[in-house]
Design a protein around this ligand. Structure first.
Ligand code: NAD
Ligand code: LMR
Length: 336
């Protein structure tokens, strides 16, 4: 058995956390030999619901759960924390854009960033999920100046997975073959660039299937009129159908993003992750933007020097402009 690691999950009584906590404590993230000190954070009004979640955790009798804190004390939740899932935030309702949540959720991430700055492990891996995720990551990072940039990411894996799934289905339908002919894990080098919003840009330019390039085989009209908008609007569509925003698929994406961040990306592949821009691809440095990244030994690297078409560049700049607007709104807030 290894030394225990500290894992914090905010919004722990919410719907995403309910799909995530049990998977993590069962060993899906760090393996069956890794004991966990789990910290579940919630606002005071949600403590009764959180106690219910904790009762269910007890009833699973997980051997890896070596220690549990639950409550509303950020200091206890974030003390020497190694893995942080910042989920706790208000979700949007039907008809809203995610950016409309900024004024509601911004303060949460500012406060949590300040406490993380003081208490988190200096190599903590922090995923910001609460929307608008990229700008909330920007706020969190800004409030935690003593932690390195490399500690922070925003969740973009859900968009990446959505794009993979749509393409796998499209190939199966066009080729009229069983889905097994092109499973999502045979597709590599998908990119979703930009903001986790309706300006994001799913890009198949570099896509391979079974390591053979296939990006050029897709019809441009289908890409522009069906594929890109379908990925952009998937979250809104789910809210329309369920009356609630995505939860199980979001938890699955969170787990995958943290898993790859810890264990590394596969050969000849990368993942889309919201990370702080270093100015690559004409994206303003300092903003959280989704790039293709490879990961090795727990460190991510933005994939350099991919050729960009004018169409791609235009899409990417549109998403950048939206992030700049969100950032400008943040900088007008008194506490930022
Ligand atoms: P939910 O309403 O079911 O749960 C959110 C929980 O957060 C609630 O229990 C609430 O009490 C708690 N909370 C609020 N403020 C908190 C704080 N300061 N500290 C700790 N807990 C706090 O919502 P959900 O469906 O779990 O979604 C959570 C967030 O994730 C939303 O903002 C949603 O839009 C976002 N989301 C992002 C993605 C993504 O891909 N980035 C995907 C899905 C959902
Ligand atoms: C999603 O993409 O499903 C989430 O960001 C929830 C939402 O508001 O769409």
């Amino acid at each position: 058995m290894h030394q225990p690691v500290n894992i914090a999950i905010t919004g722990a009584a919410g719907q995403i956390a309910y799909s995530l906590i049990f998977r993590i404590v069962s060993g899906e993230l760090l393996g069956k030999e890794q004991p966990i000190h789990l910290r579940l954070l919630e606002i005071p009004a949600a403590q009764a619901a959180l106690e219910g979640v904790v009762m269910e955790l007890d009833d699973c009798a997980y051997p890896l759960l070596a220690q549990l804190y639950y409550g509303d004390d950020m200091r206890r939740a974030f003390d020497q924390v190694d893995y942080v899932f910042l989920i706790g935030a208000t979700p949007r309702k039907a008809g809203m854009e995610r950016s409309e949540l900024l004024s509601i959720n911004a303060q949460v991430f500012h406060s949590q960033g300040k406490i993380l700055n003081q208490y988190a492990h200096p190599q903590a891996k922090i995923i910001v999920v609460g929307n608008p995720a990229n700008t909330n990551a920007y706020i969190t990072r800004r409030a935690a100046p003593d932690l390195p940039d490399s500690c922070f990411s925003s969740l973009m894996r859900l968009d990446h997975n959505r794009a993979l799934s749509i393409i796998a289905n499209k190939i199966s339908s066009v080729q009229n073959k069983a889905k097994a002919e092109c499973q999502t894990n045979q597709l590599k080098q998908m990119v979703v660039w930009g903001n986790h919003s309706s300006s994001q840009y799913a890009d198949i330019s570099y896509l391979t299937c079974k390591d053979i390039p296939i990006g050029a085989s897709f019809d441009l009209d289908w890409l522009d009129q069906s594929f890109v908008p379908a990925v952009q609007q998937r979250g809104a569509q789910i809210i329309q159908q369920r009356g609630h925003s995505s939860a199980a698929s979001a938890a699955n994406a969170i787990l995958s993003q943290m898993y790859d961040w810890k264990h590394g990306t596969k050969a000849n592949d990368w993942v889309s992750m919201g990370v702080i821009s270093d100015g690559s691809y004409d994206i303003e440095a300092g903003l959280f933007y989704s790039f293709p990244v490879t990961i090795e030994k727990g460190q991510y690297h933005i994939v350099p020097d991919l050729p960009l078409s004018t169409r791609s560049h235009n899409h990417m700049q549109a998403s950048l402009r939206e992030l700049q607007k969100e950032r400008d709104a943040v900088l007008k807030l008194k506490w930022a």
